[in-house]
Every structure is written in structure tokens, then in C-alpha cells.
Design a protein. Structure first.
Length: 205
């Protein structure tokens, strides 16, 4: 899940809607790269990263080209992704355990920050998500073969889009927003699976 390119490939293979995204190594035709995802503003991401690190907003074409060229000069491969303007500064984190969404929150960035990570100071509020959002969160976790996952969803004019699936989602924001013992739910799930495995192993022996 830390490999953003591989994650998006798996999601796309399972017909899960994601933002328009292009993997890019150094190219002289940066303009075509930007146009392919709908033009500026764009999101530029390092292939590996978490907690919002390595996610850059190219506000204008000129700024986007400068950022991309600077990363190319450092021999860094990147993802270029469309910017979902209607979700600027907000997203939905759905916490999935064993094929069920146990809680969901809306994260809202502070000030001019466009990234809505709790670690960057974003505010969180508990929300009830739609059946479509619930379904896409569950399918995304299943596509990544994760029993425990934090699925980040952007609401776009064409419906919910999965922007990232986290294999090690934090508990702080979702527990504060929901009042639920999410960590306890995770522990219970692990304990139950461990007991089931021991019983299977015993029968197999």
C-alpha cells in the first residue's frame, strides 16, 4: 500500500474509480503530461510516501513544470494526478475492518493547506457515508487484500474516487471523531483470526 503506483494499478484492475493518474519518468514533453490529467492545477506525488509527505500541488502550469523538472533532475519517478477541485482541502477516511466500514470521518485541512491529513493539523468530524462510498471503500480494501485499512475517498462531480488505501491507518483522528474504540476493534479482529487459525492448524495436525 505504500507503493502508490502499484496501489492504483490494483484499484484500476478491480474497476474502482480513481483520479486520472500518470506514472512518469523524465520526459521533455511535460505539457502533454499535464494536459493528459486535465491541465493545471495538478497533484504531483512521489511514488512512495505517507502522511501527506511527497504530495505537491502545482497551482499553475508554470509552477507544475518547474516542480516536475526539479524532481526529474533528482532522478525521482513521480505520479501526476488530476486535481479534484470540488474536494480541495477535504476528503473522507473510511476505516474498514474485516469487510465492514466501522467508522468514517471527513477531514478538513486548515488555512491554505490542500492536504487533509490529521498529522498536518486537519480537523475531523464523524459522518455517515453513502452506500456508494461504503461499497467503494470495502471493494478498495479487498482489492488490496487488506482486512484492516483506511480508505481515502474524494467526492468528485463524477462520484467518489479512491485516492489512497492505507495498510497502517492511524487511530487518533477516527477515534476522536467517532468516540469508538477503533484500536480495540482491531485487536479483537486479530485475536479472533488468531484463534481461528489455531483451530484450523489443530484440525490439520
Amino acid at each position: 500500500a505504500r507503493d502508490k503506483l502499484r496501489s492504483l494499478q490494483l484499484l484500476a484492475r478491480h474497476n474502482i474509480d480513481i483520479p486520472k493518474t500518470i506514472f512518469s519518468r523524465e520526459t521533455k514533453d511535460v505539457d502533454s503530461l499535464i494536459d493528459a490529467v486535465g491541465g493545471s492545477p495538478i497533484i504531483i506525488k512521489l511514488v512512495r510516501g505517507s502522511l501527506g509527505a511527497g504530495v505537491i500541488l502545482g497551482e499553475t502550469r508554470k509552477a507544475s513544470k518547474s516542480i516536475i523538472q526539479a524532481l526529474y533532475n533528482q532522478e525521482i519517478d513521480i505520479l501526476v494526478q488530476e486535481f479534484i477541485s470540488e474536494s480541495r482541502g477535504t476528503d473522507i477516511r473510511a476505516f474498514v475492518i474485516d469487510g465492514k466500514v466501522v467508522a468514517a470521518m471527513r477531514r478538513t485541512a486548515v488555512g491554505d493547506e490542500f492536504r487533509s491529513n490529521i498529522s498536518l493539523g486537519a480537523a475531523a468530524e464523524l459522518i455517515d457515508i453513502s452506500k456508494k462510498q461504503t461499497n467503494i471503500a470495502i471493494r478498495a480494501a479487498q482489492a488490496m487484500n487488506l482486512q484492516i485499512a483506511g480508505v481515502d475517498i474524494l467526492q468528485s462531480s463524477r462520484g467518489p474516487l479512491v485516492v489512497e488505501v492505507n495498510a497502517f491507518p492511524g487511530f487518533k483522528g477516527i477515534e476522536a471523531a467517532s468516540g469508538l474504540d477503533i484500536a480495540g476493534m482491531v485487536i479483537s479482529h486479530v485475536e479472533q483470526n488468531t484463534m481461528k487459525k489455531r483451530r484450523r492448524d489443530k484440525i490439520g495436525a
